[in-house]
Design a protein around this ligand. Structure first.
Ligand SMILES: Cc1ncc(COP(=O)(O)O)c(C=O)c1O
Length: 356
């Protein structure tokens, strides 16, 4: 996160994970309705209702949080005691690991293997789970690869968790980037599931910090009380604008989709040309994870930034240093030129017969 905030800037910035910003002026909203303070001690009822409606859950199951970041932290803090075991996918979005380590949980990993298309293999979870396991953590879509985990696999993971008395935390911040047959939230798969998400990545309104947790009502109550320690009360102007965003979600989603679709088509052509680059091709998602197994991407990415003015996220942040992550859905011209420059930089490496 620190790298992303301080080091990722470039003329052709492909080190993104969310779609381009949705401009406030395009949000249908009566600004006379904006207020600074409101009745939101444990959440703003209209926003909780909007989140609940969108997911087909009871508002009692909705906990507002400052982005998926705080949602993940709150969820883990409400479940994990120091020393509790938590199983986290590998490769993983770094702050998920950091939150568990910060809470002094005993972190164990289960692999999503490149040779298996980075899919979740429930057998890998069975291999590492113990009676001390309290939580299994998954992203769906997966960050960094954008791989979608089907409900059948999630249900199997739920069964494994139930057998050990554990819960499954599914971070669904990218799930709505599945534009056709969008899966229902995995919260519906059973009481052992809890889900985190936000409007930040797929809807272009990250600045609202509108995030949430879906949890069973007793756990949801606990998490709301825990949030008294962290954020106390949400920022009300943001809640009001978030309600407006929920009223027009399809408008926000479609705007980004056009850019994403164009970027993904270009990425497909790029990968077809770059035989030495391995990547899972996905139909959906805002990121792709590219690599040349056996090589280290870091010097390549430094050169890419200095000589080609293009940035991508080093795979070391996902614990796989021979990969790098690129983002789509921000600006098609920028993506096209950045990708062209990545191709040039890769070609120059090939020419020199140097490893990535
Ligand atoms: C898997 C995952 N979860 C959570 C976040 C943070 O999201 P938010 O901006 O909603 O806090 C990110 C950001 O990159 C992410 O990739």
């Amino acid at each position: 996160m620190h790298w992303a905030k301080t080091q990722s800037k470039a003329r052709f910035n492909l080190a993104t994970s969310g779609v381009g910003h949705f401009p406030l002026r395009e949000l249908p909203f009566d600004f006379s309705q904006l207020e600074i303070n409101g009745d939101n001690k444990y959440g703003y009822a209209p926003l909780q209702a909007a989140i609940a409606r969108r997911h087909g859950v009871d508002p009692d199951c909705v906990v507002e949080a400052a982005g998926t970041s705080m949602a993940n932290h709150l969820a883990m803090a409400g479940i994990l005691e120091s020393g509790d075991e938590v199983l986290i996918e590998h490769p993983a979005y770094g702050p998920l690991l950091d939150a568990a380590l910060y809470l002094e949980a005993a972190v164990k990993r289960f692999p999503r293997r490149a040779e298996n298309g980075f899919q979740i293999d429930p057998a890998e979870i069975r291999r590492v789970i113990t009676p001390r396991t309290r939580l299994i953590v998954i992203t769906n879509l997966h960050n960094p690869t954008s791989v979608l985990t089907p409900d059948s696999v999630l249900s199997e993971v739920g069964d494994i968790a139930r057998g050990a008395g554990a819960r499954v935390l599914v971070d669904e911040v990218y799930l709505d980037a599945v534009y056709q047959n969008t899966p229902r939230t995995s919260f519906h798969l059973g009481p052992e599931f809890l889900v985190t998400s936000s409007l930040t990545k797929v809807y272009g309104v990250s600045g609202l910090r509108c995030g949430w947790i879906l949890a069973q009502p007793d756990l949801a109550r606990k998490l709301r009380l825990l949030n008294d320690v962290y954020a106390a009360t949400p920022a009300h102007p943001s809640e009001i604008l978030s309600v407006a965003a929920f009223a027009h979600l399809d408008l926000l989603r479609e705007r980004a989709r056009r850019v994403l679709d164009a970027d993904r088509a270009l990425l497909g052509e790029f990968l077809a040309r770059q035989a030495a680059v391995s990547a899972v091709r996905t139909d959906w998602g805002t990121t792709a994870f590219l690599g040349r197994p056996g090589c280290v991407a870091c010097p390549f990415l430094e050169q890419l930034r200095s000589d080609y003015e293009t940035s991508a996220v080093p795979g070391r942040f996902f614990e796989i240093p021979d990969y790098f992550r690129i983002g789509m859905g921000v600006n098609h011209e920028m993506f096209a030129e950045g990708l062209r420059r990545i191709g040039q930089a890769l070609d120059s490496l090939d020419h020199l017969e140097q490893p990535l």
